[in-house]
Structure formats: structure tokens, C-alpha cells
Design a protein around this ligand. Structure first.
Ligand SMILES: *Cc1c(COP(=O)(O)O)cnc(C)c1O
Length: 362
């Protein structure tokens, strides 16, 4: 008989990353994981390469060099930053540190799937607040949280919808939650957002000790493979995270690559500009085919398909895969009629539009 894990663990459906292959196709185009179309900074790649000389040494457990680089570039205090193996790890650590079995965790209806995993791993109960037009609804989140939520996870902007709420709305949410509720603002796509009423929430985390903001190197910095993220919060929360994380949770090549990446503002700007141009193209072109595309401030678009036989999201997914184009079904998010497509290179974006056009005309 198998050794029994803790209650609830076997109810977890393991996270399924975006597909990487299309049967029978040698070099498919992968637009399924919101990776950076431009790759990563050359300086980050060079730093990673150079790090091989020291592979036999343990990394600095405090990732000091990286925290100081982040602090310098983002105008923050290094002692209020903790780094993780992807922001994913930081989200898990928040659960480990703050959730007891039976606690209530709140997310928005189409919130990032990792929040559900975190809640389930900790035996907590996940409550989803309904969205309006695929956008987080602050009043619904406040109602769902009531006076006893332990953690509210807010992806701003959110994946897979690509929508955001204003910094005023985030502040209104924080003000309405009890001080016993931790607000986690996951700002994985913050650097792509160029809207006057948006901020990543850093200022809120600086003012209050019940807010933490998580960020990632996987998107604008194009370092998804290095697994690197960071969180900014009060001394109290950072202290807690430092107690529950592994002593060497961030590896040295990632520290080196991340330190170079965060200083390469030129690469970040080029990534943001590329995205702005092509996310608009995808929305216009795909919208022009009669498909609804949710307005996105991220490096992906959520495309809604009809339920007509032959034209469903599943049909589109199968057709695109047969053409060597891999995008992301979002059924696990409760969006069976939609697909999520990452912004690719110019060539990739044009191929996607062409293939979708063929599918719709077919
Ligand atoms: C991609 C993404 C992340 C980043 O995860 P990493 O573990 O840092 O790669 C976090 N949150 C959301 C909503 C994302 O889409």
C-alpha cells in the first residue's frame, strides 16, 4: 500500500505547462507559455555563460548581488526584497508560511492557476470571486474575502485574461480588506503595461505591512528557464519568507543572469515596444475575423471562439497544432471556449494570423 500523503494532496491536479510539441512537426512555433519573443538580454546570456567557472561553489544564499541590482534599478531597498526560484516559488512560500488547513484563500474567477495549487497544497479552501468582462472585480473580491480570508491573490494584470485593474482599484481593495488578510499582488507582466492608471503595487507594499508584490524574470527579461522571481514587502513578511525558503533557493547562474538582465533597460524597452506593436496587431487581425479578443496589456491575447461545430476553441487548437502552431487551451481556467496565444516574433505572429484566417474561412 502506498504511503498516504497529507489530506487533500491527491486531489491536486498537477500544473500542466504549455505544450511544447506538435505531433509530426519538426520545429513547431511555441506560443503557449508567454515567453519573451525576443529571447533574453545578450548581457544576461553572457553572465550566465561566465558563471560556469564557479559551478562548484554554493551560491550566496541571500542572493545579495541580485537583490542589490533590483533595488538599484527599481528604486527599492534591498532588505525588503527576497528572491525565489521563479515567482512561483515565492507564491508557494507565502502559502507555506501563512496558510493553515481550512483557511480561506480568495482569487479572481480566472486567476492564475498557481493560486489554486498553493491553496490545495496547504489544505486551504479556495474561493473564486466572479469577474466582469474577464476583469477582476474588486467588489466581488471584497465580498468573497469577507472578514476571514487569510490570503487574497490578485494577478494584476491577470493571466490568462490579460486585463488589469487600476492602482486606485487595488488600493480600494486593500482598504476594504481586514488587516488580518494578506494581499498578494502578482505583477508578473507589470513591465509590459503602459497605462497611466496602472502601477505594480510597490507603493502600497511600501506603505503597509499587509501587502506583498511578486515579480518575475520569466516574462520581460526572457529568463523563464533560469527560474527567477522576486518579492517586495514589509520587513515582517520578508523575514517570514527568509525563514521558510531553502537556504540556497536561487542558483548562482540565475543570480548572475538576473543581475545583468535587470540592468539591461534597453532590452526591456525593446521587449515592451515589440509587444505593444504586435499585441495590437494580433488583436486587430484576429478581431477582424469575427473572433472576440479580450483587450490585453500583457504579452498574450485571449481569443474567444464560438460553440459552432467545426469552429470551436478545440477545433482551432487542433487545426493550429496541425500547422505547427502551439497555443494554449485554457479549459483548466474554466474557459473552454477560449485559447491563449503569446505574442511571438513578427514571422510567428503573421503565421498565426494566417493560420487562424484559414481556419475561420475553412
Ligand atoms: C508567468 C507568470 C508568473 C511567473 O512565474 P515564474 O515562476 O516567475 O516563471 C507569475 N504569475 C503569473 C500570473 C504568470 O502568468
Amino acid at each position: 500500500m502506498a504511503i498516504e500523503p497529507r489530506a487533500g494532496i491527491l486531489d491536486i491536479r498537477p500544473y500542466k505547462p504549455g505544450a511544447t510539441d506538435a505531433p509530426g512537426i519538426a520545429n513547431p512555433i511555441k506560443l503557449s507559455s508567454n515567453e519573451n519573443a525576443l529571447g533574453c538580454s545578450d548581457k544576461a546570456a553572457a553572465a550566465f555563460e561566465a558563471s560556469k567557472a564557479n559551478l562548484h561553489l554554493y551560491p550566496d544564499g541571500g542572493a545579495t548581488k541580485l537583490r542589490e541590482a533590483i533595488a538599484r534599478e527599481e528604486g527599492l531597498e534591498a532588505e525588503h526584497i527576497v528572491c525565489g526560484t521563479g515567482s512561483d516559488e515565492l507564491l508557494q512560500l507565502l502559502g507555506r508560511a501563512y496558510l493553515n488547513p481550512g483557511d480561506k484563500v480568495v482569487q479572481s474567477q480566472y486567476g492564475f492557476l498557481v493560486y489554486r495549487l498553493v491553496a490545495m497544497q496547504c489544505g486551504a479552501t479556495l474561493v473564486s470571486a466572479p469577474e466582469t468582462d474577464y476583469r477582476s472585480d474588486v467588489d466581488a473580491i471584497i465580498a468573497a474575502a469577507g472578514d476571514d480570508a487569510r490570503i487574497v491573490f490578485l494577478a494584476n494584470p491577470n493571466n490568462p485574461t490579460g486585463t488589469y485593474i487600476s492602482s486606485d482599484e487595488v488600493r480600494r481593495l486593500r482598504d476594504a480588506l481586514p488587516s488580518t488578510t494578506l494581499l498578494v499582488v502578482d505583477a508578473a507582466y507589470a513591465e509590459f503595461v503602459d497605462e497611466a492608471d496602472y502601477t505594480a503595487g510597490i507603493e502600497l507594499a511600501r506603505e503597509r505591512d499587509d501587502v506583498i508584490v511578486t515579480r518575475t524574470f520569466s516574462k520581460i527579461h526572457g529568463l523563464a528557464a533560469a527560474r527567477l522571481g522576486w518579492a517586495y514587502g514589509s520587513s515582517a513578511i520578508i523575514d517570514v519568507l527568509n525563514r521558510v525558503r531553502g537556504p540556497f533557493n536561487v542558483n548562482m547562474p540565475a543570480i548572475e543572469a538576473g543581475t545583468a538582465a535587470i540592468a539591461d533597460r534597453d532590452f526591456m524597452q525593446r521587449s515592451a515596444e515589440h509587444n505593444e506593436e504586435w499585441v495590437k496587431y494580433l488583436r486587430q487581425q484576429i478581431g477582424g475575423m469575427g473572433l472576440e479578443v479580450t483587450p490585453s496589456v500583457c504579452n498574450f491575447v485571449l481569443i474567444h471562439f464560438p460553440e459552432t461545430t467545426g469552429k470551436t476553441a478545440a477545433d482551432a487548437d487542433a487545426f493550429l497544432t496541425s500547422q505547427g502552431l502551439i497555443i494554449r487551451p485554457v479549459q483548466p481556467y474554466g474557459l473552454p471556449n477560449a485559447l491563449r496565444a503569446t505574442v511571438g516574433t513578427e514571422t510567428e505572429n503573421r503565421l498565426l494570423v494566417e493560420a487562424l484566417g484559414q481556419f475561420m474561412a475553412g
